[in-house]
Design a protein around this ligand. Structure first.
Ligand SMILES: Cc1cc2nc3c(=O)[nH]c(=O)nc-3n(C[C@H](O)[C@H](O)[C@H](O)COP(=O)(O)OP(=O)(O)OC[C@H]3O[C@@H](n4cnc5c(N)ncnc54)[C@H](O)[C@@H]3O)c2cc1C
Length: 414
C-alpha cells in the first residue's frame, strides 16, 4: 500500500491522480480463515485491525451483507465523548477517545478527528446534580470534564438562547477534548489498513447461518458459500439478535430505529457540540456547514433504516427552544439506523455459550465514539480470551445482576 502523505498528493497532482491504488482489495472468500468477523461497520473493522496490529493475527475475513460502513457507522451524528458515570464505561470510552486523537496517524488515513468540545446542557435542577456528580466521577477516573455555568455556555456557544420558554440553560457538563470525526473515513481507514495487512473484506456477503460441532464454532454459511473458521466475531449492531439466534443463544437487546437529520449548509455559527437531553435533541455543525441534528429512537422495535415526519417535528420543535435561529433553516435529509439497546444501556463484549464465538453489540445510540476502544478490547478478548477493557461487559452480567447502569449518560442522546 502506498502511504498517503503531502508529498504523495503533490506527486499525484502532476499526473492527473492516476497513480493512486484502490483503498482496499475486492476480495473473494477463501475456504477457511483463523478468524471471521461478521459486520464491516466500525466495530467489526476495528476488531480486525487490532487483531492484526496488536496480535499478528491476519488470516482474517470481514463479511458484510451490504457495503462497508453502510450500517450505523455511516449513519450516525459522529459525537465523540467519554463523560460516562461508571468506571468500566469511562475506561473503555476514554481509551477510545484517546485512540481517536492519533488514529489518523496510526492508520495513515485522515479521519478528521475534531476535538472541538462537547457540552451536555443542564436544563433542570435534577440535571445539574446529575452532571456535577458525573464531573466528580470523571475527575476520579482521569477523564477531563467540568461543570460550567450559563455564562460560560453562552461564551462557548453564542447562538444558544439561555432563557428558553420551558427550560432555561442552567449550566453544562463540558468535555473540552470531546468532539466529532468523519464517520465514513473511520470505516474506510480501518478497511484500508486491514486490507494492507492481507485481510479479506468481503462485501455483498450475507451470513445466513452459523456452523458448529460439539459446542464449538466451525464456520458460517453465507450468500457466497460456506466459510470455515476457528473463531467467529459477531459485530452486527441492530442485527445482533438475528445472528445470535443463528448461533443458538439469546441476547437481552431490543432493535429500534434511531433517527437524524441535517439542514441546508450555512456559514460557520457553532464550533462546539451541544446536547440538550431535557428538551431532547443535539446539534453540531459539519465541515460543509450543515447543522447535524440528532433525534430520538422509535418507541417500538423495528428494522427500518428510515426517518419519519413525527421525529423531525418533535426534534426540531425541541431544539428551536434552545436555538431559535434554526427555525428559519430548511432541512435537507433525514435517515435512520437500527441500533441495539440493552437494559442497562451498556454494551456487550463477550464470549458466548458457543465456544469460539464472540459478540460485540449493545452500543445502542452511542457506539461511534467507542469504535477504536471497542476494537482494541474485542481483539484482545478474541486473541487471549480476556481483556481488562471488556471484562465488565460480559453477557452473564444480566443473569448475575451486575448491571453497568448508564441510562443517564447514554439516554437517547450520544
Ligand atoms: C441516527 C444515529 C445517530 C447516532 N449518533 C451517534 C453519535 O453521535 N455518537 C456515537 O457515538 N454513536 C452514535 N450512533 C450509534 C453508532 O452509530 C453505532 O453504535 C455504531 O456505529 C455501531 O457500529 P457497528 O460497527 O457495531 O455497527 P454497524 O455500523 O451498523 O455495522 C454492522 C454491519 O453489520 C452488517 N450486517 C448485519 N447483518 C449481517 C449479516 N447477516 N451478514 C453480514 N453482515 C451483516 C450490517 O450491514 C452493518 O454494515 C448513532 C446511530 C444512529 C443510527
Amino acid at each position: 500500500m502506498k502511504r498517503y502523505s503531502a508529498f504523495a498528493v503533490a506527486r499525484e497532482a502532476f499526473r492527473n491522480h492516476l497513480g493512486w491504488d484502490r483503498a482496499w482489495r475486492a476480495a473473494r472468500p477463501k475456504d477457511r480463515y483463523d478468524v471471521v468477523i461478521v459486520g464491516a461497520g466500525g466495530h467489526g473493522l476495528a476488531t480486525a485491525y487490532y487483531l492484526g496490529r496488536n496480535f499478528g493475527i491476519t488470516n482474517v475475513a470481514v463479511l458484510e451483507k451490504g457495503w462497508l460502513g453502510g450500517g450505523n457507522t455511516g449513519r450516525n451524528t459522529t459525537i465523540i465523548r467519554s463523560n460516562y458515570l461508571q468506571d468500566a464505561s469511562a475506561a473503555i470510552y476514554e481509551k477510545s477517545r484517546s485512540l481517536y486523537e492519533s488514529l489518523s496517524q496510526d492508520i495513515n488515513y485522515n479521519v478528521m478527528f475534531s476535538p472541538r468540545g462537547v457540552m451536555m446542557l443542564a436544563q433542570t435542577q435534577h440535571e445539574i446534580r446529575g452532571y456535577e456528580r458525573t464531573a466528580h466521577a470523571n475527575a476520579l477516573q482521569g477523564v477531563e470534564t467540568r461543570f460550567i455555568g450559563p455564562r460560560e455556555v453562552k461564551q462557548l456557544c453564542p447562538i444558544i438562547n439561555l432563557d428558553g420558554p420551558r427550560y432555561p440553560v442552567l449550566g453544562a457538563l463540558w468535555q473540552p477534548r470531546g468532539g466529532t470525526a468523519r464517520h465514513d473515513a473511520v470505516a474506510w481507514g480501518y478497511a484500508r489498513a486491514c486490507s494492507d495487512m492481507g485481510m479479506d473484506i468481503i462485501q455483498q456477503c450475507e451470513v445466513t447461518g452459523v456452523r458448529s460441532s460439539g459446542g464449538q464454532v466451525t464456520g458460517v454459511d453465507t450468500t457466497k458459500g460456506s466459510i470455515a473458521c476457528s473463531k467467529l466475531g459477531l459485530v452486527v449492531a441492530g442485527h445482533s439478535g438475528v445472528l445470535a439466534d443463528m448461533a443458538g443463544f439469546r441476547l437481552p437487546v431490543e432493535s429500534v430505529a434511531l433517527q437524524a437529520l441535517v439542514s441546508e449548509p450555512i456559514k460557520p455559527c457553532m464550533d462546539v457540540v451541544v446536547m440538550a437531553n431535557t428538551v431532547h435533541g443535539y446539534m453540531s455543525q459539519s465541515d460543509k456547514g450543515e447543522m447535524v441534528i440528532g433525534g430520538g429512537a422509535d418507541g417500538y422495535n423495528n428494522y427500518t433504516q428510515r426517518g419519519s415526519f413525527q421525529h423531525i417535528e418533535e426534534t426540531v420543535r425541541a431544539l428551536v427552544e434552545t436555538f431559535p435561529m434554526i427555525s428559519r433553516l430548511k432541512m435537507l435529509r433525514q435517515w435512520g439506523g437500527i441500533v441495539d439497546m440493552t437494559g442497562d444501556r451498556s454494551p456487550i463484549l463477550s464470549a458466548t455459550p458457543l465456544s469460539g464465538c464472540f459478540i460485540n453489540c449493545g452500543w445502542g445510540t452511542g457506539g461511534f465514539k467507542a469504535i477504536p476502544g471497542s476494537g482494541w478490547g474485542m481483539a484482545e478478548l478474541m486473541a487471549k480470551g480476556h481483556s481488562p477493557l471488556t471484562a465488565e461487559f460480559g453477557l452473564t452480567r444480566f443473569a448475575e445482576g451486575r448491571f453497568i447502569d448508564e441510562s443517564v449518560a447514554a439516554g437517547v442522546a450520544h
